[in-house]
Design a protein around this ligand. Structure first.
Ligand code: BJ8
Length: 386
């Protein structure tokens, strides 16, 4: 196996650094009167938040620091992401939560939707009722939920959101999706032009630069740099490092002990079927649809998260990614007590091993460091099978 060389750009910011740097920017924006809406999930149509002249901000949920406090009110055997989300609010240690005018939740998984009831006691938490299928009645129901969310924004801020406001936000968000998708698709190049650790971090950290256009421009610039470096590489032979696809739950809270670790062991993470990967970015909102709410409803219902049932489209998409990114193995990350990803892993494992003939590794973990050594051993053994 080739020596480990994770090349990070000189200006690379870790997720924690980007999160801290964003605090001051957010404080300054609030002092200038900015409207801020806190959220947790890819299903929330941020187009409406932008259309309201507000900034959507992803709330802190990716470290174990506030979990002990959260466990005073929540069961211990709950997903760490849910406990951290609530814990940060409870301990008042997430400035983004503090600066949010209100929070938007969604009925994705059972743990989250019940946690939002507790969260509402701390701050106004508006919950979108997400249907869990994609048939015609689900689509009509979700379209109505989107209209209700618009009303919430209008009433809360005392404004009127016009159709043109929404269409303009759709154009801006579609551009963002396109830029992020092109950045993530650099992983199709062989040898891999950058680390998966960088890719995932940059996507997550991007949410802390609140100017959408500036964020897009920064990533466009990084795409150009990466491509120029890749074209100029002295050795033109393909890499022998295993190329991995990571799928499953959001991975920001376990990125160091899984993604960074496997790259240090000699593999390249080239593709992400996750919410900080291409999952939400692959399909734009259809700007030509005359019914703007139908366009939003269709786009967001198509997200291949395991809370949807059935969810075959996730398998289809993973299969396509395996081919397009020339993947040699798949790692599925399941956060502890995440039942939907845990159960759906049965289909993903069978699909990857039997239909695609590739090795598959399932890692169930939480945000603690207690299983770091064991995970490292399993990752090393997994790479031996490729
Ligand atoms: S669209 S992946 S961000 S729901 S909180 S389901 S890990 S038990 S986060 Fe998610 Fe939206 Fe889907 Fe993406 Fe499991 Fe934990 Fe629930 Fe979770």
């Amino acid at each position: 196996m080739e020596a480990t060389k994770i090349q990070l750009p000189a200006d690379f910011e870790t997720y924690g650094e980007a999160r801290r740097a964003g605090f001051l920017r957010m404080k300054a924006l609030k002092e200038q009167g900015a409207r801020v809406v806190g959220l947790f999930c890819s299903f929330v149509p941020t187009e409406l938040v932008y259309a309201a002249g507000a900034l959507p901000v992803g709330l802190c949920a990716f470290t174990d620091e506030p979990i002990p406090a959260a466990e005073a009110n929540l069961p211990r055997n709950l997903c760490p992401l849910i406990k951290a989300s609530y814990g940060f609010a409870l301990t008042d240690t997430c400035p983004y939560f503090y600066f949010s005018d209100f929070v938007v939740g969604e009925t994705t998984c059972d743990g989250k939707k019940k946690m939002f009831e507790l969260l509402h006691e701390i701050k106004d938490t508006y919950v979108m009722q997400l249907p869990h299928s994609r048939d015609a009645s689900a689509l009509a129901f979700w379209r109505n939920e989107i209209i209700s969310f618009q009303k919430k924004l209008e009433e809360f801020y005392g404004i009127t959101i016009t159709e043109e406001d929404i269409r303009s936000a759709i154009r801006r968000k579609n551009r963002e999706r396109d830029v992020m998708r092109r950045y993530l698709e650099l992983g199709k190049l062989d040898p891999a032009p950058m680390s998966g650790y960088e890719m995932g971090t940059r996507i997550d950290a991007g949410s802390f630069s609140f100017d959408l256009e500036e964020r897009c421009d920064g990533v466009e610039q990084r795409i150009a740099e990466v491509l120029a470096q890749w074209e100029a590489r002295p050795d033109k032979t393909p890499s022998h490092r295993p190329r991995l696809l990571v799928t499953g739950c959001p991975n920001a809270g376990v990125r160091e002990k899984i993604i960074r670790a496997v790259e240090e062991l000699g593999a390249d993470v080239v593709a992400f079927d996750t919410c900080n990967g291409i999952r939400e970015k692959v399909e734009p909102v259809d700007a030509s649809n005359p019914d703007v709410y139908d366009a939003l409803a269709r786009k967001y219902l198509s997200i291949n998260c395991s809370v949807m049932s059935p969810n075959e489209s996730r398998r289809d998409y993973i299969g396509q990614m395996i081919d397009d990114y020339k993947v040699d193995g798949v790692i599925e990350i399941v956060l502890q007590s995440c039942h939907t990803y845990d159960v759906e892993a049965f289909f993903i494992r069978r699909f990857v091993t039997q239909e695609k003939g590739l090795p598959y590794l399932n890692i169930e973990t939480d945000y603690s460091q207690s299983d770091k050594g064991q995970i490292n051993t399993r990752l090393a053994a997994f790479l031996e099978t490729i």
